[in-house]
Design a protein around this ligand. Structure first.
Ligand code: GLN
Length: 544
């Protein structure tokens, strides 16, 4: 078992997740089996109950785990699906320890952080490593060195490195090198301090990843090397990149792959980046330009919609057209004519998932515009449910149509609570979650896009389309073209529209740089086709 630990210093938000994912990619490019574990030192059991404004999107895995968004980065960079055990939290560890204590498994001993909590952490990491069969396990420790919360995890990893012995574990420390003053002088002091912090807990980093807005000059690298006791070739500069998928190549160019292989005694092979480089060169090729509008209520924090952003990056890397994302705050939209005007000129619109009543009217306004102006539209989860409500209201004239999530007493509950949800009271981990089978209607648009009639997609919802309205929907052109094996509605598509598709599931979680998701590809292709015919912006104002 070989382990690479990635810790972080100075500040959070340094892109440790991208660094970790990129290290994984360097090994994968050498055909070395690799997997990644994320440690989140918070007390929540999982990310499911966390506000996207605090932690960004909740990323859903095949097994239904509601995970930290870094799991999405790992899956995208490695091109591998992970499961719940790959996201360790303090909540999960403590829960396991307390359950063991209740079962009497500690045989009368006093249960303590060391050795019981650290023991549970090491056991879990070993188990994941074994189950994955990977040669190398990357462990990213969330938070910043020095935080009280991350102490037990770093201690456990220190113990693990002692247990595994020389040459089995490497420590990579990510820090910030700020550029300050009128001439933008690079400052190494924060890095020195955070390395000192790490050494105080008994961990000596083998490599330092210095994040910053610009590349580090050789003398700055030398200074960090001297003060932090790391060879100069192991001080790596990661300046900000226009797109995250550049990072593996930035690391490779500084010899990180070869260094890791040497540190861990792995076989050195010529890395293969053929597909990765092809993706990047297409991504930069600027074959056309289009604007995709995203309408949601967390638009101030783009991380809340990270997987949608990445899915569209993947399309750019396949089609080569520059995709410019425009963000629309759903709550503000109905009273903002300027935003509305711009939205009308979008080449495509996405209404992503969401919860609660705030912003739903704005979402429906955007959907109505997409429907009436024939702007290609992809509605995901709440964006799919809202499309049904909008259609019922404005096309079928059912004025009181709603989801019971917004109006529990709606006379026309077009969207209602799933039967199995009616007795559920806990919020954590209780939605309809994870990969579920969807059967697509032969001959439908959506089946044509996938090129298949059976798909598996990831879900996260409590509400569903009410079948009582489906006949009326179909009579007006909105047809069900995908269902779960138990009959529940998964896909709605509109006839007589270049692309108007709503899906109950979350396609964004399955898109990968080397395998863009077919729905996002089809959305952008429809937008490009519409640009070619270039209809002028319609003169009829949208309902506002
Ligand atoms: N709030 C809706 C539901 O629970 C949609 C969920 C989502 O968009 N992820 O069904």
């Amino acid at each position: 078992m070989k382990v690479i630990v990635v810790s972080g210093g100075v500040i959070s938000g340094l892109g440790k997740g991208i660094t970790t994912s990129s290290l994984g990619r360097l090994l994968k490019a050498r055909n070395i089996g690799v997997t990644i574990v994320k440690i989140d030192p918070y007390l929540n059991v999982d990310a499911g109950t966390m506000n996207p404004y605090q932690h960004g999107e909740v990323f859903v895995l095949d097994d239904g785990t509601e995970a930290d968004l870094d799991l999405g980065n790992y899956e995208r960079f490695l091109g591998q699906s992970l499961h719940g055990a790959h996201n360790l939290t303090t909540g999960k560890i403590y829960r396991a320890v307390i359950e063991r204590e209740r079962r009497g498994e500690y045989l009368g001993n006093t249960v303590q952080i060391i050795p019981h909590v650290t023991g549970e952490i090491k056991r879990t990491i070993r188990e994941v490593a074994l189950a994955s069969g990977a040669e190398v396990v990357l462990v990213e420790v969330g938070g910043t060195v020095g935080d009280i919360e991350s102490m037990p995890f770093l201690e456990a990893l220190r113990e693990l490195s002692y247990e595994l012995g020389e040459g089995h574990m490497a420590f990579v420390h990510t820090t910030l090198v700020p550029f300050v003053g009128p001439v933008g002088e690079a400052k190494t002091k924060p890095t020195q301090h955070s390395v000192r912090e790490l050494r105080a807990i008994g961990i000596r980093p083998n490599m330092i990843m210095a994040r910053g807005s610009a590349p580090l000059a050789p003398d700055i690298k030398a200074k960090i090397s001297l003060f932090c006791d790391v060879p100069p070739e192991a001080v790596i500069s990661i300046p900000d990149q226009p797109v995250i998928y550049e990072v593996p190549l930035v690391l490779e160019a500084q010899g990180v792959g070869a260094l890791l292989v040497k540190l861990l005694g792995l076989p050195e092979r010529e890395p293969d980046y053929t597909a990765w480089k092809e993706f990047l060169s297409t991504y930069r090729s600027q074959r056309g330009h289009l604007e995709v509008g995203i309408v949601g209520k967390y638009t101030d924090l783009h991380d809340a919609y990270l997987s949608h952003i990445e899915a569209l990056h993947h399309v750019q890397g396949r089609l080569g057209c520059t995709i410019d994302l425009q963000w629309y705050d759903a709550e503000d939209l109905p009273r903002n004519p300027v935003a509305l005007g711009r939205l009308r000129r979008s080449d495509a619109l996405v209404v992503p998932g969401g919860f609660g009543s705030r912003g739903v009217e704005g979402k429906m306004l955007a959907i109505e515009l997409a429907r009436s102006q024939k702007i290609p539209y992809l509605g995901v989860c709440y964006g799919f449910q809202m499309a049904a409500v909008e259609f019922a209201r404005h096309e079928l004239g059912i004025v009181g149509a709603n989801t019971t999530e917004v109006d529990p007493h709606s006379p026309d509950p077009v969207v209602g609570l799933l039967e199995q949800q009616k007795a559920v009271s806990d919020l954590g981990g209780t939605m309809r979650l994870g990969a579920q089978k969807v059967e697509l209607t032969p001959g439908s648009k959506v089946a044509g896009i996938y090129g298949r009639e059976e798909i598996w997609e990831r879900h996260r919802h409590r509400y569903e389309i009410n079948p009582a309205y489906l006949e009326r929907f179909a009579a007006h052109g909105l047809r069900v073209t995908g269902r779960a094996p138990d009959g529940r509605v998964e896909v709605l598509e509109l006839a007589d529209h270049p692309f108007f598709l709503g899906v109950q599931y979350h396609p964004e979680f399955l898109s990968r740089p080397e395998a863009p998701h077919p729905l996002y590809l089809a959305l952008v292709r429809a937008a490009l086709a519409r640009q070619e015919v270039a209809p002028p912006v319609a003169a009829t104002p949208a309902r506002a």
